[in-house]
Design a protein around this ligand. Structure first.
Ligand SMILES: C[S@@+](CC[C@H](N)C(=O)[O-])C[C@H]1O[C@@H](n2cnc3c(N)ncnc32)[C@H](O)[C@@H]1O
Length: 392
């Protein structure tokens, strides 16, 4: 089992994010060989998987295909997996977990299938080395991922372990924070590139301003993280990882020193605790000096004169907030856009289109995203000087 050989790499992502993941993957020089709503495929080896883990911001996991084979029963699954030379890639000192998804008439219990995979690998390593790796649910070490669809099993090594979308900067939580990968994709959809001011009233835990500051300075969030699934594999090349990290660090430093200085990023929220949380999270991410934080009602947010992007994620009544009050808030957002943000491009990310109508301005684009299973829209407003009120 040689992880340096080219195989299929499946990069998973949240529903509706694969177009953004594709853009990131192609920018790294890879050719897309397949895609779905929740994933992108390329050809590559463990080295490529490490690189993808380092640079991707909109993805969940980077999975390296180990084997794909026909399979009818759990016993056949066990037999076929125990014939593979796992001792070449997993040390008996490691801890192993197996996750998966099955869609086959052969078996209806994902956990049982996972157990069969785990037993096959652990028994194989025990036979070959006389030692048995530990196993369980923790995803901090070696993670195997099984997809069993119909009569075909695909077994991947999850080289990320924990999702790469879970950055390690968000130590302080507030209510209803956006997943970081979703915020990164929304900023891409809004065309944010760090050259224009970004105003984020209702910043909550700071996901938008922090992701924006990282993007504007080409800082790679994965540099903040010290553990990935691939680090627990026998073929892991620590020197190569160190070189990749150094290269990523050099790029961000170059941008900070000689490249364009990011335009102002402003983050405000009416809740002082949220602003404090956002500030702390930005500190952990190393970008607090790039963000101007303030506690205030969104309508009082100071808007830089040079036009840019104003991006808001108001509550939408599913998880917090009362609808009646929110109607008033959305209507006030329309007034704020119209009166205080002429020349800007306004964006509202919401899961409630009835509330969005209360904004009272014409949208120029509506982009679908899913947030926690809820279909949402990123609504775009061109805020010309003297924007007229229109029905949405
Ligand atoms: C859905 S949360 C935003 C979550 C954020 N995108 C994140 O990732 O953490 C909405 C935020 O709007 C803030 N908010 C509600 N009413 C506000 C107002 N009138 N002015 C400013 N902020 C307000 C809340 O305090 C809350 O933090």
């Amino acid at each position: 089992m040689n992880l340096n050989d080219k195989s299929t790499i499946l990069i998973t992502c949240g529903p509706s994010l694969s177009d953004y993941t594709k853009v990131e993957v192609e920018a790294l020089g890879y050719k897309i060989t397949g895609s779905s709503d929740v994933g992108v495929e390329i050809k590559g080896n463990l080295h490529d998987a490490m690189r993808l883990n380092l640079y991707l911001k909109t993805a969940y996991n980077v999975l390296l295909l180990v084997n794909s084979f026909p399979c009818d029963t759990p016993d056949e699954l066990y037999k076929k997996i125990s014939k593979m030379p796992w001792e070449e890639v997993i040390s008996p000192d490691e801890y192993l977990s197996v996750v998966g998804r099955i869609d086959t008439p052969s078996i209806d219990n994902t956990m049982y299938a996972g157990l069969k995979v785990k037993d096959a690998i652990v028994d194989r390593i025990m036979k070959q080395t006389s030692r048995r790796p530990n196993s369980g649910k923790e995803r901090n070490n070696v993670v195997l991922q099984l997809y069993w669809k119909g009569k075909t099993c695909k077994l991947y090594i999850n080289t990320s372990g924990q999702k790469i979308s879970d950055r390690s900067y968000r130590k302080t939580m507030t209510t209803a924070p956006l997943r970081e990968s979703l915020a990164a994709a929304i900023l891409m959809a809004a065309g944010y590139d760090g050259t224009q001011p970004l105003v984020c009233p209702m910043c909550g835990s700071g996901t938008f301003p922090i992701e924006a500051a990282l993007a504007a300075t080409k800082r790679v969030p994965a540099l903040l993280r010290s553990n990935f699934g691939f680090m627990h594999l026998k073929g892991y090349d620590e020197t190569a990882w160190g070189d990749m990290r150094a290269e990523a660090l050099k790029q961000s430093k170059k941008r900070g020193k000689s490249g364009p200085v990011p335009a102002p990023i402003i983050a405000t929220d009416i809740d002082s605790w949220a602003v404090e949380a956002a500030r702390r999270n930005a500190q952990t991410a190393g970008v607090d000096h790039l963000i101007d934080f303030q506690v205030c009602d969104f309508a009082e947010t100071a808007i830089p004169e040079t036009p840019g992007i104003v991006l808001m994620n108001p509550e939408y009544g599913m998880r917090m907030g009362e609808l009646k009050e929110l109607e008033e808030t959305y209507s006030r957002i329309g007034d704020f856009f119209k009166q205080k943000c002429p020349g800007y491009t306004g964006y509202i990310f919401t899961g409630n289109m009835d509330l969005a109508k209360k904004v009272g301005l014409r949208t120029s684009r509506r982009i679908i995203f899913f947030n926690g299973g809820i279909e949402c829209r990123l609504l775009k407003y061109e805020l010309y000087t003297g924007t007229k009120k229109h029905k949405s």
